[in-house]
Design a protein around this ligand. Sequence first.
Ligand code: SF4
Length: 352
Amino acid sequence: MNRFEYVRPTTIAAAVAAAEQPGSAYLAAGTNLLDLMKVGVARPERLIDITRLPGMNAITWSQDGGVRVGALVRNADLAYDARFQAAFPAIAEALLSGASPQLRNVATMAGNLLQRTRCPYFQDTASACNRRAAGSGCDARGGENRLHAVLGWSEHCIATHASDVCVPLAASDAVVEVQGPGGPREIAFEALHLLPGDTPHVETALRPGELIVAVRLPAEAAAVAPHARYLKVRERTSYAFAVVSAAAGLELEAGVVRTARVALGGVAAKPWRARAAEAILAGAEPSAEVFARAAEAALMDARPSGDNAFKIELARRTVVRVLEQALAGTPSVMPALPASPFAPSSGATHAA
Ligand code: SF4
């Protein structure tokens, strides 16, 4: 590991000022950053420990039922918060399907958002990787790529974003609050992560030195709470990234879908909101035929980036299944295997 400077500011302003020095990186739980430092992929010259910053680990409700989640709120704390679980069950389910219990106990909301978009070649410094070293090439293009992207990829990078919680967040019209050298600003969650294009090393819309301080969820996103699920298809039932995942929420009125929220994970360099699918569902009576059309629309632009054509059909079927699960009703108790296809579906009515 390289030598680096370590500072621990006590105010957000001091943290942002410290980050103006080139080569700086913010450190929270470090569940991704420290791993990357150990293998020589990340080489920050200065770590700014933000874990003692005030006011960043609170869950604050607004009067209308929206919620502000501080950047340092731990994944497990948020997932097991009873009020949050009732209002945003698919987000809680996604949180509990990520990583391992140990990691969920320390990993933070902002850290989850800012984990690197990556593939195994990214973490192997002997491999060419445009995301790790701009302009060096992409060994995944001609290599082992069955789990890579099928949407939004470019010749320069075909990696996927690994986060679970980002998938339902993308479907929820979340807003990211940021503090930076230019002052505070807000970024629509859907605009935070960038597609690779010809600059895959630029992963987010954050400007140099900007710090995520909170994520806000609007009250309207809680309207789907009685019919909201997250489904994660993975190669083992714990501690594995999604091959494909999907979040779905349905607001039903007199047997008709009033509002639908759908997003996919494991398919692109960013959590992928499926607005075309939402448009098909809105105003329709839920049925197998409508769900199939929605899934078709969600994957309309998909194309293989390697040996991964199977992911397109898998993603379609995952969308159909998560819609079926959402229609059946959010379980009143979180399944023993959250987000797992092996968890039995429940028709229990969710009390939001
Ligand atoms: Fe790097 Fe992206 Fe290629 Fe993986 S897919 S090797 S992360 S450029």
